[in-house]
Write a protein of this length. Structure first.
Length: 263
């Protein structure tokens, strides 16, 4: 009888130990943001030195603009799981709205009512859409915590801050010189996509495509353009499937957006 009881206790302990993997798909709300349940994995298992990386989150955001945020890794194992959320300043209030993208899903959990994670574990890359909050919100912070490999895998904790682009209240004054990347269509796309953007003032516009490692793939535009809405088509049939970063610069101001080539 004692052996049976001890065996039952051992099984229960083993089950308890295997259930603490915050990197599992069913564990949500561990982005490390204020008010969340903590960090995705590092609070109980795993090691530091993960290779998870984020691209597409702006240094300055335009209120109401949608940004495609790409998650990937630069080495090591696939991303077992991550949790992400965006907050106003350093507080616990949500900043903007997160919607699902490629291989991601949104969730509502205690402390995170607009969280995002992978829709399937063990992926090399994915993306989600963050629509910036309305004017007057101020600084926002994106929190990402993720795990690569199994229980003893490597953890990554990311905290990125973006300030609001302020246009001012003087409607008769000069226009802001920040360009705006609009949603490309289609996205995801196969072979080609039309990239739209607006320029508030005349200046030299540079439109480049980068891979997730930061290598410039192609320059789509490098010319002097007047104010207004413009579009450029990227013929990408020669490039492999994946997430790419579109970067638009005008007179030193830069904005970026993730786009997905899916063959």
């Amino acid at each position: 009888m004692k052996r049976i009881i001890i065996g039952m206790i051992a099984v229960a302990m083993a089950m308890s130990m295997t259930s603490i993997s915050y990197g599992h798909a069913s564990y949500t709300g561990y982005s490390g943001a204020p008010g969340s349940r903590g960090r995705c994995a590092s609070s109980c298992h795993g090691t530091s030195g993960g290779a998870i990386q984020i691209s597409g989150f702006p240094d300055q955001y335009v209120p109401g603009q949608a940004y495609t945020i790409a998650i990937s890794h630069s080495g090591g194992n696939t991303v077992r799981q991550f949790n992400g959320s965006c907050r106003i300043g350093s507080g616990s209030q949500n900043a903007g709205v997160i919607t699902a993208g490629t291989l991601t899903a949104v969730y509502t959990a205690t402390g995170e009512t607009n969280g995002v994670h992978l829709s399937a574990t063990n992926q090399n890359a994915g993306d989600f859409i963050w629509t910036a909050p309305p004017s007057g919100t101020g600084n926002v912070t994106l929190y990402i915590a993720g795990l690569q490999g199994g229980l003893s895998g490597q953890n990554t904790e990311i905290m990125l801050t973006a300030s609001e682009v302020v246009t001012g209240v003087d409607e008769s004054g000069p226009l802001p010189e920040t360009p705006l990347l609009l949603a490309n269509y289609p996205n995801p796309f196969n072979a080609s996509t039309r990239i739209r953007f607006t320029t508030p003032v005349t200046g030299t516009v540079s439109l480049n495509i980068y891979d997730l490692l930061g290598h410039r793939i192609v320059t789509l535009s490098e010319q002097n353009i007047g104010p207004g809405e413009h579009s450029v088509t990227w013929e990408a049939s020669q490039y492999p499937s994946g997430i790419y970063i579109c970067e638009l610069s005008l007179n030193g101001a830069v904005t970026r957006r993730g786009i997905t080539l899916l063959k």
